[in-house]
Each structure stands twice: as C-alpha cells, then as structure tokens.
Design a protein around this ligand. Structure first.
Ligand code: ARG
Length: 459
C-alpha cells in the first residue's frame, strides 16, 4: 500500500507537509527507553492473562531489547513516515521477530501508551531535579557553615537595612530550595498512577491486569478513569510549575551573584571556572554563568504557559494537540538541570570576601535599629520616639560624614540627654547580629542551628 501505517483504510499517503506537521519522531525518540519498558511490561501482562501466548510474549520482550540496543548504539533508522517513537519501535520489532510483533498492540492504544511513556520520562526528571536540588543545598550548607558568623549587610529595597551573617543569607536559599524539593516530591507522589490499559479512551474488553503493569513500571496503582488517564497532562504541568518556581529561586540568587561579584560590591570572588573574559576589555571578569541561569527562567516559564495554553481548550479525551507537550517539557527539564548543575558548581567554587562583607556591614548606618532598640530597652522610650531620636542621630552622622559609632557621647546627648556610654556597645555589627537570637534570626547560634537541622534532613 502507498500508506505505510493505515493502508487498510487509506488509499493514498500523506502530503509531505502533513508528514512534517504530524511527525513527532524528531523529538519523541527521547522516550525510546520508556516506550520499550512500557511495551515489555504490557507484553508480559498479555501473556500472564492468557491474551497472547507465552512464546509470542517472550519473542516480543526479547525483540524489544534488540530494538533498544539498536537505538542506544545509534544504528536505529528513525522514519518520519512512521510518525512517532511508538510506531518506529513496533515497525522495527516486526522486522526482527515477524508476526508476533503485531500482537503487542492488543488491548492498547497509542493514547495510553504515550501517556505512560511520558509519565515515566517526567518521573525520571522529577527524580533528577530532586537530586540536583539536594546537591545545591549541600553546596550552600558548606558556604553557610564556613561563614556562619561573617557579618554582611542585609538589604531591603537593596538599601542597607540591618547586619546579617553570610551563613544566614546562604540558609535563606536553602529554605527556598527545600520548598522546591517538597514540591517536586509532592508532584511525583501525585502523578505516580499508571495510564496503561486505558486504551484509546474507554478501556478494553480484553481481560487485562492493570495492577500488574502498574507495578512492573514502578507506579503505585493504575489510574482510576480511562478517559482522564489519556486526556491528563497535569503531571507535566506540575513538573513545569515546580520547575518554574525553582528556576525563579535560582534566578534571584544568580542576580545577587551578579551584583555581589561587581567591583562596586566585591562581596564574592567567582572562580575562573565560572567566569568569562571580554574580547576587548582586558580587565573584565564577567559572571556569564549566573546571567544565563537568570535567563533560563524565561524558557521554563514559557514552557509552562505554552502547555497550559495547549491544554486549556481541549475536549476529552485525547487530541493531537497533546503531542505538543513533549518539546516544552524536554526543553524546560534540560535547562533546569543545567541551571542547577551550574549553580552548584558556582556556589562550590566561589569565595566570600569576608573583609569586604564586614566593611560593608558597618556602613550605611546599619545598626540604627539597634540604637533605637537600646533607647527603648534602657531609657524606656516608646519605640516611635526612639525612632525619631535615632533618625536625628543618623542625620547628624550623615552631616559629619561619619558612621554612628564615630559620634561622640556629647553628640549623642545633644539629641537625647539621658544617653550613656553603654550605647556604643550595641553599635558594633558583631553585637548586632549576636543579639538577634529570636528563632530563625541572624545570630550565629541560630544560623548554626538551621545548618544542623538541614544536615539531619539530608542525612
Ligand atoms: N505521537 C503522539 C503523541 O505524542 C502519540 C499518540 C498518538 N495518538 C493518536 N491517537 N494519534 O501524542
């Protein structure tokens, strides 16, 4: 017949452009291993239930391993005329084992097949994301531990706010990534139901055992509704939204690293391994890896919006629109894993410049809140009055071109007569951070407690 796949029904083959828009083999060949695992589980089940003979199932299962090794070695000839990975594998199986190959597709459709393959692929990526995030958390813990008591400025509005510690800042990202871990784990648990055996949309009249295939493929149970099972891409959207939030966190950190590595800040020295030079300006050390991590969020968000848009208007059950799910998820997954790996490398190899951090921590009147708190505690001023007194002292220091600790006691007393020498004890940045012992606060003892907690979680 002139139609390679549907020769029974069709007299003519597809237009070349039809073939181009229709074929997914150019990208879905990435699911070859999942497709073959799904088919092998299906064949074993067909034999166990007596739907095909043991010898046919054995030939199918063996032949599929041959196909897999051809694909892995690169000798497999993919054909666009055969549309997708499912048809390519089955056609090659037929060439290898002959007639029994035609029995593999009993009680199955490409609709439940592709849903199963894609779920297996996405599940692997969820596991990879979890491992990648854990590696990054470990790198951050190492940084946090080294600098649990290194003071640096904490910012709001990117204006100096109060002194914090380097360890505290690193641990803030550990908390964000910890939520990312939890989101990916939730998503993985939610998606772990097997669509195989839902067939085209309605289930099948063959006496299949869906629990057997689900277990063989590492799923917790079969999906409960065959219409939903072939129409659902929530698992891919869950992956993309978890990936989007995680990439957003990476992007915020990347932005900080770009700022911190600038000559104006000099908070961190990035390793040569993660920097680039300029072809014209010999002095340059550009934080390209951080910038690219910051940019990756664009394509990951984009994939999320693209697939949401593909899905939003589709009637039940399967529509070919859903073939557009894969490239978005493949691209987002590739770039998320790359961003996680690059961030882990950058964090492991960067050095915080403790002296510069400390110098910056003491500038910008960063202990003004400590002064106001002292006025409340020692002189019993209402906080609003203490705020006003401190504001006047900051204005005075600014006028003199000095920081708060450089004001004299006489300067202080000209604004509020009852201020004593003891006030200078709270103006130093080390005392400032050490005093913030509230749970989750920046005091080194609190930061070390956070580090210990995370080490136990990861152990
Ligand atoms: N290549 C298709 C996809 O990626 C496989 C499912 C095809 N099913 C169908 N009824 N045409 O979605």
């Amino acid at each position: 017949s002139s139609n390679q796949m549907w020769g029974g029904r069709f007299a003519a083959g597809p237009d070349a452009i039809m073939e181009a828009i229709n074929a997914s083999i150019g990208f879905d060949q990435r699911m070859a291993a999942q497709d073959i695992a799904g088919s092998r589980a299906h064949a074993a089940m067909l034999a166990a239930t007596g739907i095909v003979s043991d010898s046919d199932a054995a030939a199918i299962r063996e032949g599929l391993l041959t196909v897999l090794s051809e694909i892995e070695s690169g000798s497999f000839q993919f054909s666009t005329a055969l549309e997708d990975i499912h048809m390519n594998v089955e056609a090659r199986l037929k060439e290898i084992i002959g007639e029994p190959a035609g029995r593999l597709h009993t009680a199955r459709s490409r609709n439940d097949q592709v849903a199963t393959d894609f779920k297996l692929w996405v599940r692997d990526q969820m596991d990879a994301a979890i491992a990648g995030i854990e590696a990054l958390i470990r790198a951050l813990l190492t940084q946090a531990e080294a600098g649990a008591d290194w003071v640096m400025p904490g910012f709001t509005h990117l204006q100096t706010a109060q002194p914090v510690t380097w360890g505290h800042h690193m641990m803030a990202y550990v908390e964000m990534l910890g939520r990312d871990l939890s989101r990916f784990r939730d998503a993985r648990a939610r998606m772990n139901e097997c669509p195989l055996g839902s067939a085209a949309l309605a289930g099948t009249s063959f006496p299949i055992d869906r629990h057997m295939t689900a277990a063989a493929l590492g799923f917790d149970r079969p999906t409960a509704n065959s219409l939903d099972a072939v129409a659902d891409r929530d698992f891919a959207l869950d992956f993309l939204s978890c990936a989007s939030i995680c990439a957003m966190h990476l992007s915020r950190f990347a932005e900080e690293l770009v700022i911190w590595s600038s000559v104006q800040f000099r908070f961190v020295a990035m390793s040569d391994k993660w920097s680039t030079g300029s072809s014209i300006m010999p002095q340059k050390r550009n934080p390209d890896a951080a910038e690219l991590i910051r940019a990756k969020i664009g394509r990951i968000f984009g994939a999320n919006v693209a697939l949401m848009t593909v899905m939003k208007g589709l009637p039940l059950a399967y529509s070919k629109d859903m073939q557009e799910d894969k490239e978005q998820v493949f691209d987002a997954a590739d770039n998320l894993m790359l961003a996680l790996a690059a961030m882990t490398g950058m964090v492991s190899d960067m050095s915080a410049r403790q002296d510069n951090l400390a110098a910056a921590a003491g500038s910008g009147f960063s202990t003004a809140t400590d002064l106001a708190d002292w006025l409340v505690r020692e002189l019993n001023l209402p906080f609003r009055d203490a705020h006003h007194v401190t504001g006047s002292l900051v204005a005075m220091a600014e006028g003199k071109g000095c920081d708060l600790p450089e004001l004299t006691l006489a300067d202080m007393q000209s604004v509020h007569a009852e201020i004593t020498d003891a006030v200078f004890g709270v103006l130093g940045v080390d005392n400032s951070v050490a005093s913030r012992m509230s749970y989750g606060g920046t005091a080194p003892a609190q930061v070390r407690a956070q580090i210990t907690r995370w080490k136990e979680i990861l152990a």
